[in-house]
Design a binder for this molecule. Structure first.
Ligand code: NAG
Length: 531
């Protein structure tokens, strides 16, 4: 039971190192590389799970401004654009800030050093590995994403800006730098952030506590989405509980009770006091206790060892319990009340006795260690969680707000485009809840269908798929009905006309007499259906 939680955690940490962005040159086609350019993405800036495809400008290698260490007000580029600059002279954050102020949607840094031993023509020394584009501590204002290309990759693009063509193999670079050509060179680049490792099941976890308001709103609102995604997703709730020993709360260690009712188990496991009052209301210890119960319930109804495989990583009962608990037991009087909890569990169909057994069996809340809480505390340390709620999808931290459409968009990026579950369409539907209730199908009698939506996952076209299919089938059915009706009308008319004319005209003229009637309704339906 406990192993399951551990395995998921370890897997997520393993995945966290993967690059989750693709940088590609689309124009000129000669600069395209299969799978995009290898690169390092910045640890600052706030990439959304979206892509940007823009004209690329190169700030140049000629003057001091090539590195963009100073904000050059004389140089302007028509927006929108991605800016490429050389590495060196100042921090990545400074370059990104200057690029952002110039209006760039993304920054590309061309490395000026080769990695030692790589197939790259060195100009200076070499470095052992590509550096990480780290925050210098002041990067909170940077919103644009930044990537750095290794020198050998960047050279192809720089040479194109310099010479207007790829260098001929073995020939020394002799092209003189020309800012004019650089400005005129049409290069289009795209930078796309995706959740890595697309497969038919997306693993994700939410760091949450049993009292955090933002988490609870999200959990209540996201329940139906999880149920629609079913086993295409694999969820793990991570209950934010911190290690009391690291804050001097451990009574055994310090000999005094420094932390009071923030903690359980003699100061080993703690949670922030939600109402800030030591003596009244909900205490940190109450939150730890509820965190433990939720972790236990998850293992029972959604963990990897649950016998009903349709519930592994889904845990319908857990979501129901969290919703019910939030609805019934969120006040200071009811939060720690056993009978309120009993009602919430009963409403959700949860086995309260099994949860209580797990709470005691893992070590209880009085003294000594608790296995389940130890795991929570270790995971918090390992994953370096700073904010609650925080969501990690396929091992990558979700940027942006934790709300149902955003999280759904993140999860859906983890599926191969052709295999996205239908509910993924809802990420960009303004009537999110209706859409989820219909599992991504457009609800009947929806005037605007889903066309007036925010482009959250719009760039790949998939959200339109269901709508398009529906529209096409409706049109086909209407055309067929129209065609049948028109044929019937025509036959009736022909019969009538035939009857009237029969006495006055020879039979062979009938066709010509009927033709004018035929042309008008003919064109539209017949040719559309066959096209
Ligand atoms: C909590 O922190 C203490 C002190 O740093 C450490 O010895 C202990 O292993 C930690 N507990 C867990 C469960 O990680």
């Amino acid at each position: 039971m406990m192993m399951g939680r551990l395995t998921v955690g370890a897997l997520l940490v393993g995945l966290a190192a993967t690059e989750n962005s693709v940088f590609q040159i689309n124009v000129p086609a000669s600069l395209r590389k299969p799978g995009g350019y290898s690169h390092k993405a910045s640890l600052f800036g706030r990439p959304s799970y979206a892509s940007t495809t823009q004209r690329l400008y190169y700030a140049g290698d000629g003057g001091g401004d090539g590195t963009l260490c100073t904000f050059d007000t004389t140089k302007t580029y028509p927006t929108p654009f991605i800016l490429m600059v050389d590495r060196g002279d100042c921090t990545f954050v400074t370059k990104a800030r200057n690029a952002q102020q110039m209006g760039a949607t993304a920054l590309v840094v061309a490395d000026n050093l080769c990695v030692c031993g790589s197939a790259c023509s060195p100009q200076a020394g070499c470095q052992y590995t590509e550096p990480v584009l780290a925050d210098d501590g002041s990067g909170a204002d940077i919103v644009i994403p930044a990537v750095m290309l290794p020198k050998q990759e960047a050279d192809d693009i720089v040479n194109y800006f310099r010479c207007g063509k790829l260098p001929i193999q073995g020939r020394p670079q002799t092209c003189a730098w020309s800012p004019d050509w650089s400005q005129d060179a049409t290069v289009q680049a795209s930078l796309e952030y995706t959740v890595p490792n697309p497969d038919d099941r997306v693993e994700w976890e939410l760091w949450t506590t049993s009292i955090d308001g933002a988490s609870l709103d999200f959990l209540t609102a996201f329940k139906d989405t999880v149920l629609q995604l079913g086993t295409h997703q694999h969820f793990a709730p991570m209950m934010y509980t911190y290690n009391g020993s690291q804050y001097g709360c451990d009574v055994k260690q310090t000999g005094s009770d420094m932390c009071g009712n923030l903690c359980t188990n003699g100061g080993l496991y703690c949670a922030p006091d939600p109402d800030g009052s030591q003596d009244e209301g909900i205490s940190g210890a109450d939150v730890v206790a509820e965190n433990l119960r939720r972790a236990c319930l998850w293992d029972l109804v959604g963990g990897d060892d649950v016998s009903d495989k349709s519930q592994v990583g889904v845990g319908k009962v857990w979501w129901d319990y969290v919703s019910e608990f939030t609805r019934l037991c969120s006040t200071a009087e009811t939060f720690a009340d056993d009978s309120c909890r009993a009602t919430a569990m009963k409403n959700a169909g949860a086995d309260k006795q099994a949860v209580d057994t797990c709470v005691e069996g893992s070590g209880g809340l009085e003294k000594g260690r608790n296995d389940v809480l130890d795991q929570a505390v270790e995971a918090l340390d390992r994953e370096n969680i700073v904010y609650v709620p925080e969501c990690i999808v396929n091992g990558v931290v979700h940027y942006g707000s934790v709300d149902p459409p955003n999280i759904l968009a993140s999860i859906c990026q983890g599926f191969p485009i052709q295999d996205r579950p239908p509910v993924c369409d809802c990420a960009s539907d303004p009537r999110y809840d209706d859409c989820v209730a219909n599992n991504g199908a457009a609800p009947a009698a929806s005037g605007g269908s889903s066309s007036s939506k925010e482009p959250v996952v719009e760039h790949d076209g998939m959200p339109w798929y269901g709508v398009l299919m529906l529209v096409v089938s409706v049109v086909v059915v209407m055309l067929l009905a129209g065609l049948a009706y028109w044929k019937r009308t025509q036959r009736q008319m022909r019969d009538q006309v035939r009857g009237i004319l029969a006495e006055y005209m020879p039979m062979e003229d009938l066709g010509e007499a009927l033709n004018p009637m035929q042309t008008e309704p003919d064109a539209a339906p017949v040719f559309s259906v066959n096209a």
